[in-house]
Design a protein around this ligand. Structure first.
Ligand SMILES: Nc1ncnc2c1ncn2[C@@H]1O[C@H](COP(=O)(O)OP(=O)(O)O)[C@@H](O)[C@H]1O
Ligand SMILES: [Mg+2]
Length: 242
């Protein structure tokens, strides 16, 4: 084991803008704060500390949503860890510019400890990002390993909220495996792109994995679509009526 080093990120001027940080007064940022609030109230009786963000397929906005939501949680004074769990398509190191040479995969293979790979985001006090690291040959096996259970337990000790930026739920089992290990799962649906039957299939897969589905984030709603959607975020009828 090498000496412990806490990596630094290189500011937030990455390839991907982070709206909650860069434009906190925007409608989009307000939507993320609403999502944060809804998640706090969705589960008054059951602990909701570890949350997986997943979606039907690639490009739906999982990383965008989890990164902005992580910032929103940190802005409210929580200690937040954002963990790159899409081991096949690492992206967090582009949103929070940092080295992805060592990350979660090193932790899961016993080649690093948490302090060595977590990156404190200077511009967002309270937020630590754990990049996924180089793409491994066996993502699903790593995610359902005892090592992953240990990582989740360690994160629970150190943070108030742990967000897992996951893989798509259709086509690979990685997110079903993760959904089973976290307190709750958020399903991101890309508005106007994901057919209803595909979205329902994703929901079924998560239910089969015994996921606790907290709700759906409808991502990419255009202003002209808004009359078709009563809310940006859908919860079940009982919660909506409250
Ligand atoms: N609401 C949105 N409006 C505009 N672009 C978006 C939105 N959500 C995501 N994107 C863009 O779509 C692309 C894929 O998003 P990403 O979060 O990486 O998806 P995933 O993690 O599901 O693969 C990125 O270029 C991202 O900036
Ligand atoms: Mg992603």
């Amino acid at each position: 084991m090498g000496c412990v080093r806490r990596l630094k990120n290189n500011g937030l001027n990455g390839e991907r803008p982070l709206i909650v940080h860069g434009d906190p007064k925007s409608v989009g940022s307000e939507a993320f704060r609403t999502l944060r609030t809804n998640l706090r109230f969705v589960s008054p009786d059951q602990e909701l500390k570890t949350i997986l963000v997943t979606s039907v397929g690639p490009g739906d906005g999982k990383s965008t949503v989890s990164a902005n939501l992580a910032v929103a949680f940190a802005q409210s004074g929580q200690r937040v860890a954002l963990v790159g769990c899409d081991l096949r398509k690492p992206v967090l190191h582009k949103i929070f510019p940092m080295d992805n040479g060592v990350g979660l995969t090193a932790l899961l293979t016993g080649n690093a400890v948490l302090d060595e790979i977590s990156v404190a985001i200077e511009e967002v006090p309270g937020l630590d990002v754990i990049p996924s690291g180089p793409v491994p040959p066996n993502p699903a096996e790593l995610l359902q390993s005892k090592a992953m259970a240990n990582v989740i337990a360690e994160l629970r000790e150190g943070y108030d909220v742990i967000l897992f930026d996951g893989a798509p739920v259709i086509a690979v089992t990685d997110s079903a495996v993760m959904a089973n290990q976290v307190d709750g799962t958020v399903l991101v649906i890309r508005a106007n792109e994901v057919p209803n039957d595909v979205a329902l299939h994703a929901k079924t897969l998560l239910e089969q994995a015994k996921a606790r589905l907290l709700g759906v984030v409808l991502n990419g709603v255009r202003p002209q679509d808004q009359k078709n959607y009563q809310y940006y975020y859908y919860y079940d009828d009982a919660e909506r009526a409250q």
